[in-house]
Every structure is written in structure tokens, then in C-alpha cells.
Design a protein around this ligand. Structure first.
Ligand code: FE2
Length: 411
């Protein structure tokens, strides 16, 4: 199969892409069709590597208002609503909602998802269902699963054993939630436990880290120090880190040295953090998003996630990572021309580093032929016009297609 007239990753020079047996075999300005080869003219449209969701909770998605709405809109009422919804959680319920959610994502050009799965419940049914779905969806929507202790590791009955069991069941990564533990001591101990478990079992780590507006919440330094000392480095990700928004600058300068040495990744969730943080403030109200601009400028890897889709914590969302980037650039004040042009990397190559996709990802000869085509000539315009994803190819197979948004002007 030969794709012609592709503008790859903001290039202005059209290229040809040859795909054989699900793999990119050549990418050059001039490729002539082989006898009998199917040719697709992309007409000068933007081609990007597929989008990657680096932080979402698929087990909670599509449950907003069931059984009760989160009326205050706070994170803590969200946790209360979820503990009510958890009571009627079943394998079939999770399977139905995840299958709907991954199709929403597919329509928006997403092909990889890292999902957190709550393991603090009466059973590990959600984890079992997600492991099953990971197998079924393989090659169409690749799932990576984080064992996530929503109600704490040390502050929840049998929390440590639940994490060990979740890893045995097949979690790809170990989570933690230090800011939700009862005490600072528990917070540090929970992180030591989580990172040591990951090191022992050769798993990745993704911590819900300091998702609070308390500038004294300093799980991040423990995560980074343990990542360095245990040699886990970029296998470790700190998600949210919203307290960093409220740290004093002198502390951040000191912390940055450790963050760079540790090589850990960051995931920011601008839609949900803007919605949930700053809730205890009157005015001025903090934005509550981590220091994406400063981390990026320091060469630290940051990706963006949706976090929640229509659930007790966030009553909106369609699986569009473009919306996440759009909000992120506003709230992080990253509207320079190059910042806008490069911002697709928050939901593509940066996220691929976080997920450790390696050679399985990216547009290049020898890699799996996975890419998306947007109805635009570059990412700036695609972002600004909310361009449709015209095609999504995964391993050489078309898994989704869209049509350009059109309006008829009547004056
Ligand atoms: Fe989250």
C-alpha cells in the first residue's frame, strides 16, 4: 500500500509512505507504485503518529450521575460518589463501558491507553476484567494497566496485599496515592512499598502524586529519590503533581536537580486538574496544574492525559486528546508559535516515552505502520480548527475513519 502527499509531523514537503505486511517499509519524497499496489492520495494532509492516552481511569468512565451526581464538583465528593457506584461494579458493567470508551478514543485517533484501575474494593473484578480486555483489544487499542489504590495502600484494609495480588493478576505498572494516605509517614512508606514492588516484579510505576493544592504535599521528592536509588529512572511516572503549582520557588529550584537526575516522567491532566483544583481557594483561585512549561524547558518528559471521561470526577469528555492539549496550552501559558506547533508531542512521542513503547511507536521504516491523518496541513491549524481525524491506521489496518466537519453558511 502506498500513501502519497503526506505532510508528516508538520513538514511542509509532501512525502510518500509505503506499508507492507503492517510495517512501514519506506518513507521518501518520491516513491512510485509497484505493479498492482494500492495507492491512496492523502492530498497534503497532516500525518502524525497515533495519539496516546497516558492517564485515564477506564474503570470509572461513563458513570457520571450513576447513582448520584457530584454536586460540589470536588475530588473528595467524587471519591464518595464512586464508592457508591463501586457497589454495583461487575465484570460485565466494566466490559460494556470500556468497550464504549475505547471506541470514543479510536474516533479521535488514539491507539494506546494507559489506564489506572482501582484495586481498593471487595474484589479485584475490575482488574480481572481489564486484563481480559487488554488481551481482546490487543492490536486495535493497546491497553497498559496500572494497579491503582484509590483509597490508599497503608490506609485501606489489606492494601499492600491487594497491590501484590493485582500485580500477580497482570498489572503492567504499580500505582500509589501518597496525598490520600492518613499520615505523612504512611505516604512515604506507601511509596517505598510501591517502588520496591515494581523493582522486584520488573514493572513500571505511575503514582497519583500530590494531587492536592497543599504546598506541603511532597510525595514527589520521595518518588524521584526512590526512582534514582532503585535504578528505576524513566520507568517511573509522577501523575498530576498539582501541589508543585503551590510549592515555593526556592524549593522548586532545589527539587529540579533531583527530578533531572531521577529521569522520571510527568503526566499532567489539564482538563480535570483545572476543574478539581483550587476548590478551597476564594480569590485569587489557583489553576492547580503542575509546572508543565518549566519542566518541559528543563528537558523533563511531560505528557498530557484526559484522566476522567464522564465520571464522578469530571462530568464531560469525549475521548478527544486535542481538547486536553487545547486546555493545557491555555492554562500553562504555552502559546508561543513553536509551543503550539510542538504540542501534539504531549499526546504522542512524549506519552510513548512514558509508556515505554520504544521501537513499537513512531513513523519510520521498520516500525509498525500505525499513524493518523488529520484534516489539516499542520498541527497548529488542526488544533485551532479541531480538525477531524480522517483515518487511523494501526499495524497497516484502518481502524477508524472520520469526515471533515462542515457548516453551510446561509448569508
Ligand atoms: Fe487519575
Amino acid at each position: 500500500m502506498l500513501f502519497q502527499n503526506a505532510l508528516i509531523e508538520n513538514s511542509t514537503a509532501p512525502a510518500c509512505i509505503r506499508v507492507e505486511d503492517g510495517t512501514f517499509t519506506a518513507i521518501r519524497p518520491d516513491l512510485s507504485p509497484n505493479p498492482g499496489e494500492e495507492v491512496i492520495d492523502l492530498g497534503g494532509k497532516l500525518v502524525l503518529p497515533p495519539f496516546i492516552e497516558s492517564h485515564v481511569h477506564l474503570d470509572t468512565c461513563l458513570t457520571a450521575g450513576d447513582p448520584v451526581w457530584n454536586r460540589s464538583g470536588t475530588l473528595f465528593e467524587g471519591i464518595e460518589c464512586w464508592s457508591k457506584r463501586k457497589e454495583k461494579l461487575s465484570r460485565q458493567d466494566i466490559r460494556d463501558r470500556v468497550n464504549r470508551a475505547v471506541r470514543l478514543y479510536a474516533a479521535h485517533g488514539v491507539q494506546h491507553i494507559r489506564t489506572h484501575v482501582d484495586v481498593t474494593g471487595p474484589s479485584l473484578a475490575a482488574m480481572e476484567a481489564m486484563v481480559e480486555l487488554r488481551e481482546e483489544l490487543k492490536g486495535t487499542m493497546d491497553l497498559q494497566i496500572v494497579a491503582f489504590p484509590q483509597e490508599g495502600i497503608l490506609s485501606y484494609p489489606n492494601g499492600r496485599q491487594l497491590m501484590i495480588d493485582a500485580v500477580k493478576l497482570g498489572a503492567d505498572a504499580v500505582g500509589a496515592i501518597p496525598h490520600f494516605e492518613f499520615t505523612r509517614e504512611y505516604s512515604v512508606e506507601s511509596l517505598n512499598f510501591a517502588l520496591e514492588l515494581a523493582a522486584k516484579e520488573d514493572k513500571l510505576v505511575d503514582v497519583h502524586c500530590d494531587e492536592i493544592d497543599d504546598g506541603a504535599s511532597r510525595g514527589l521528592e520521595t518518588v524521584a529519590a526512590r526512582a534514582l536509588e532503585l535504578g528505576l529512572y524513566d520507568k517511573v511516572t509522577a501523575s498530576h503533581t498539582t501541589a508543585m503549582h503551590s510549592y515555593n520557588n526556592a524549593y522548586v529550584v532545589r527539587l529540579m536537580r533531583l527530578l533531572k537526575m531521577s529521569k522520571i516522567n510527568f503526566v499532567s491532566n489539564p482538563l480535570v486538574n483545572t476543574h478539581l483544583q483550587g476548590r478551597m481557594d476564594t480569590y485569587p483561585k489557583r489553576r492547580g496544574v503542575t509546572r508543565v512549561k518549566e519542566l518541559t524547558e528543563a528537558g523533563i518528559n511531560v505528557s498530557f492525559g484526559h484522566d476522567d471521561i464522564f465520571d464522578p470526577w469530571y462530568p464531560m469528555g469525549t475521548g478527544s486528546l486535542r481538547d486536553v492539549v487545547f486546555m493545557g496550552l491555555h492554562v500553562c501559558q504555552m502559546m508561543g508559535y513553536e509551543e503550539i506547533m510542538d504540542s501534539y508531542k504531549f499526546i504522542s512521542s512524549n506519552a510513548a516515552r512514558t509508556l515505554h513503547l520504544g521501537e513499537r511507536y513512531g513513523i519510520g521504516a521498520g516500525r509498525p505502520a500505525s499513524f493518523i491523518v488529520l484534516d489539516s496541513k499542520n498541527w497548529y491549524d488542526a488544533l485551532n480548527s479541531n480538525a477531524a481525524v480522517l483515518y487511523s491506521y494501526k499495524n497497516g489496518r484502518k481502524i477508524a475513519e472520520g469526515v471533515p466537519g462542515t457548516s453551510k453558511i446561509l448569508f
